[in-house]
Design a protein around this ligand. Structure first.
Ligand code: ZN
Length: 407
């Protein structure tokens, strides 16, 4: 009995090993066929929400080296972007929210400027491999040159305080996408997971929306309450996006959107970029929540303290995984969004380095699996191109044109 099991197990292992070896010759990272790999390489592959800049300022952290999530808590670096065929995306200036006071705003503004500088410094230091992108033409030029396109976005309008002229300053620093809120309601709008203080946007938030349109920045409704989202749709002169959101039909969570709103988003030319978080129950509370909060400030920790924090994070994730979803769960959500919104209105925003990743796709090196799964689901190369970047770039073009035409 034991022997038979052992033989079967050994045969399975051999088969798996040879499959892996074959795949590795053509596709480092994800085990996909050479045909899928070639298609994936041809496409402009972008993700709309990369939280990785929180690691850029970490002492001793080098984006040109291959890291691992278990090793230092990261899911993206240049080697893994190359392995995963990820041509670029929107790198986020994410700011956690403190008190809605002049000092709170001032501190967050300073931190946001530091984060913007960290993104520019990282690109400047590695300009042979990366470039700042602000237009769809930049993204295509980067791909043609074999460089990674670094768009910049802002998650949370908290650092703007009461001073909307800061939005033009961030636009000048290359920011081309922003959302008004994160997990708590602030001076601009109600959050999906916060108090319904304003019934959508605050008066200042309504001005924020107009200024976003005037400057030519993509309005991001992820983390916004349903009322805030509805007002974005009603008041924005340009299409909007949900940079990392999912479907309430797949999993009923405040961070996900219902099918009727998803359809409305599409009717207004917008795009939902599908998240790999909130596909099912998540547990970001308790001790793990404390670790996540500490991760927001990881760049300020000494190397030994960073290592201790990562070790604690890894131990907690192993003891009680905060997310138990699989790659199949992610694909189920993606295909549902395509069914509801249409193939012209869906993209990928998996929340890498922000809580994203599922079993079978734990970092950006595994992205070719999505191309393979879309192909297997019957989608053509042109449709897959739209999903991977075409739709997002169409919105960027439209937002830019709206700003130009209102000058
Ligand atoms: Zn987020």
């Amino acid at each position: 009995m034991i022997k038979r099991v052992t033989i079967a197990w050994a045969a399975a292992l051999l088969a798996a090993t040879s499959a892996c070896a074959g795949a590795q010759e053509t596709a480092p990272g994800a085990p996909v066929s050479p045909e899928i790999r070639a298609l994936h390489e041809r496409l402009l592959v972008l993700d709309s929400h990369l939280d990785s800049p929180m690691h850029f300022g970490r002492v001793g952290w080098d984006i040109t080296q291959r890291h691992s999530e278990a090793g230092d808590g990261t899911q993206l670096d240049l080697p893994r972007m190359v392995e995963g065929g990820l041509d670029g995306g929107f790198f986020v200036i994410y700011m956690p929210q403190g008190e809605l006071t002049p000092q709170g705003y001032a501190n967050s503004f300073a931190d946001a400027l530091r984060r913007a500088a960290a993104i520019h410094q990282t690109v400047a230091r590695h300009d042979d491999a990366m470039m700042i992108a602000t237009t769809s033409a930049d993204a295509r030029a980067a791909q043609a040159a074999g460089k990674r396109a670094v768009f910049i976005s802002m998650e949370n309008g908290y650092p703007l305080g009461q001073d909307l002229s800061r939005l033009a300053l961030f636009h000048g620093l290359g920011v081309r996408m922003a959302g008004p809120v994160h997990s708590r309601t602030n001076q601009l709008a109600d959050s999906a997971t916060g108090e319904a203080t304003w019934g959508g946007f605050s008066p200042l938030g309504r001005q924020w929306l107009a200024e976003m349109n005037r400057l030519g920045m993509i309005v991001d409704g992820s983390h916004s309450s349903d009322a805030t989202f509805d007002q974005m749709i009603a008041w924005s002169k340009a299409p909007i996006v949900l940079s990392h959101s999912g479907s309430k039909t797949i999993f009923d969570h405040k961070r996900n959107i219902d099918d009727a709103r998803m359809k409305t988003l599409a009717e207004h030319g917008g795009v939902i970029l599908v998240n790999s978080v909130f596909l099912g129950p998540v547990n970001f509370g308790g001790e793990f929540g404390d670790v996540l909060d500490a991760m927001d400030h990881v760049e300020d920790l000494a190397p030994a303290d960073q290592a201790a924090l990562i070790a604690r994070r890894t131990a907690l994730m192993e003891a009680k995984p905060p997310i138990t979803d699989s790659f199949d769960d992610f694909m189920r959500a993606l295909l549902h969004c395509i069914d509801v919104a249409g193939v012209d209105h869906v993209g990928i925003g998996a929340d890498w380095d922000g809580g994203g990743g599922v079993a079978g796709m734990k970092d950006v090196s595994q992205l070719p699996r999505i191309t393979a799964a879309l192909k297997a689901a019957g989608y053509g190369d042109d449709d897959i191109a739209k999903i991977w970047g075409g739709n997002l770039m169409r919105v960027l073009d439209a937002v830019e044109q709206t700003a130009e035409s209102s000058k």
